[in-house]
Design a protein around this ligand. Sequence first.
Ligand code: RB5
Length: 144
Amino acid sequence: MRKIAIGSDHAGYEYKDHLIKFVLNQDCELIDKGTYTDDSVDYPDFVHPVAKAVVSQEADLGILICGTGNGVAMTANKYEDIRAGLCWNTNIAKLVRQHNNANILCIPARFVGKRMATMMVHTFLNTEFEGGRHKRRIDKMCAC
Ligand code: RB5
């Protein structure tokens, strides 16, 4: 069974709760790294545990949610083996898997509805990396 790590700040907390229920219905195991209330928090504190879970293969894929999706994406992408993609519709969510082999989906809770967020998660979890020329390209991403 695939394992999905999920995390958010206060801006994404409500979406996280909603998406957890959806992911559990997709025959996935879920690892919830918080936050667990809507009290104001700092998003990196919840991104690092999700990114580390994916890097260590405790989880196969990750989902991160904040207000714009940018803070969580920027933080997660500090990890060499993380490819976190900011998505706002299902076409982007599909392409970020097919072309970029993204291993974390970043959702901007203040700019997409819950229904779109759910559809993006469904697409992200059910789309495979195409490899080929896209593998050559992601192999050139590392700045080190
Ligand atoms: C929180 O107010 C907000 O700054 C955060 O959720 C996110 O949008 C940051 O990138």
